[in-house]
Design a binder for this molecule. Structure first.
Ligand code: SF4
Length: 509
């Protein structure tokens, strides 16, 4: 079992740091067809980040997500010991910063610190007639997991109208699923779809579709046709990379079907971001050694964006800012400008926003910059903290708090991804602040912008949720909501809704 545990650790590290060739190929395809300036520069950052993560063997994205293992083993294999070995490997990967400590008590919010706890990691066991052990792992972050959606047919859907209990109704659900994700799940994404089952097994089937190769062909002709249709048409929604608007919105669509009971007809959709981290290994059951890597290709030839320096984020007007930022500086910014930050920024996500509603901020943030980010941090022997991954987290979760926090702290800029809602937009206008969209998942790109860690407060919330005081150099993000009432996110959502309505007419009879 010791060797099996080491093999599992190897699988975790490779999955977290090195995207498989089929995913790289899909991203390269998006780069070649993208025409929108903002989406193109987001994709170039993503490509650079993929290369940096591989070269430095650090996490592609800071969000470990819910590590989910699918294990097929021969009859007689000891699943109890295998489960313990997988858990030990997860713990070891967390200790070295390959996984962020991501498992929290659902009631108290306490972070277990090692990614272990009731229900984490998820391990699905299945017996099979082969002699070897097949282990596959998906690391799927919260931003895209939160955009999973389940439909119960028949239903009425925004944009496409009535979706019935047939292939055409399923088609409408899938297009709607892509629409509702917008940029929140770090598009351009991949989707797995489960038709049928019950509410639980439908989602399981959807997630299992993500184990398929991005460029395989469904053996069931109707489903192959549906997958092809979705892949060819979803881009017409115009959501683009990170929801910036553009030509590449969806990179893969895989559909499976299970039987259902007559009363239920579920269509379950698992949305996966571009950071589609899934790998697998075939393990020798006698030695525990890896015999073969799955999803790898003989030469692993296609590796776009292997440059180790950050990709240039050019396209809009570039404006350099250092906190404390003045209201005048903020009012001069407009949607589309690229802001280059130097100096102090401070992280804060869910726990911090809730805390700040009733407590004073531990530091003065007047004119300051708040970064929606839960970084991967490691402490050196001398006590100094080092940033291992530091991309933005989904901002919409903070919508209930953000306007009050901007006012209370006197913030001038909020950095995150996916955009925020009307309440925040109004506050940006009223108090003179901007929302800056960083590139979701570009955790290595942003980690290398951090020159030093100046300190940390509120560690009682755990490493990802604490308030980290970072000193950054040339940290680039795009103004997507300005202080004049403009929101790129609202514009793209409106446009994509209009385009979604073009798909209301039946296609599959
Ligand atoms: S790329 Fe975006 S959605 Fe995916 S895990 Fe990272 S932050 Fe979450």
């Amino acid at each position: 079992m010791q060797r099996f545990q080491e093999s599992m650790l190897e699988l975790i590290v490779e999955t977290s740091t090195n995207l498989p060739p089929d995913v790289r190929r899909a991203i390269a395809g998006a780069i070649s067809k993208e025409d929108g300036a903002r989406s193109k520069l987001a994709l170039s950052t993503i490509a650079g980040n993929i290369g940096m993560a591989e070269t430095s063997q650090q996490p592609i994205c800071q969000d470990t997500g819910m590590p989910t293992f699918f294990v097929r083993c021969p009859v007689g294999a000891n699943q109890i010991q295998m489960k313990a070995a997988i858990q030990s490997a997860v713990k070891a990967a967390t200790k070295t910063g390959k996984l962020r400590p991501n498992s929290v008590d659902s009631l108290t919010g306490r972070n277990s610190g090692d990614n272990l706890g009731p229900g984490t990691p998820v391990i699905h066991f299945e017996q099979w007639e082969q002699d070897e052990v097949d282990v596959r792992l998906i690391l799927k972050g919260g931003g895209c997991e939160n955009k999973n959606i389940q439909y119960s047919l028949p239903c009425e859907l925004e944009g496409v109208g009535k979706a019935g209990r047939d292939l055409d109704g399923i088609r409408k659900c899938i297009l709607h699923a892509v629409f509702q994700a917008q940029g929140h799940g770090c598009s351009a994404g991949f989707i797995g779809v489960g038709i049928g089952g019950d509410r639980t097994t439908g989602y399981e089937l959807a997630k299992e579709q993500l184990l398929r190769l991005a460029d395989d062909v469904n053996p069931i002709p109707e489903l192959a046709e549906l997958e092809q249709y979705i892949l060819e048409h979803a881009d017409q929604l115009g959501i683009g990379t990170m929801g910036f608007g553009g030509a590449a919105t969806l990179l893969g669509c895989k559909v499976g079907a299970n039987n259902r009971i007559p009363a239920s007809f579920f269509v379950s959709v698992a949305y996966n971001c571009w950071a589609y981290r899934r790998l697998g290994v075939i393990v020798d059951p006698k030695t525990g050694s890896i015999n073969q890597w799955l999803y790898r290709e003989p030469e692993d030839v296609l590796k776009p964006g292997l440059e180790t320096k950050g990709a240039p984020m050019m396209g809009g007007r570039e404006v350099s800012l250092t906190a404390p930022i003045t209201e005048e500086q903020i009012r001069s910014l407009h949607v589309g400008d690229v802001v280059v930050l130097n100096g102090p920024i401070h992280t804060g996500r869910d726990a911090i926003h809730k805390y700040l509603m009733d407590h004073d901020c531990p530091v003065d943030l007047t004119g300051g910059v708040l970064y929606h980010c839960g970084p991967v941090m490691l402490q050196a022997a001398d006590g100094q903290w080092n940033v291992k991954a530091a991309g933005p987290t989904t901002s919409s979760r903070e919508e209930p708090y953000q306007a009050d926090i901007i006012k209370k702290l006197g913030l001038r800029a909020v950095i995150g991804k996916g955009g925020m809602g009307p309440k925040t937009l109004k506050a940006l206008h009223e108090y003179g602040a901007v929302y800056l969209n960083a590139i979701g998942g570009a955790a290595q790109y942003y980690a290398q912008c951090v020159e030093r860690v100046d300190g940390v407060d509120l560690m009682q919330f755990g490493i990802p949720e604490a308030m980290w005081h970072l000193h950054v150099h040339e940290f680039k993000a795009i103004v997507t909501m300005d202080s004049h009432g403009n929101s790129l996110h609202a514009d793209v959502e409106q446009l994509s809704l209009e385009r979604l309505s073009n798909f209301a007419e039946p296609v599959f009879k």
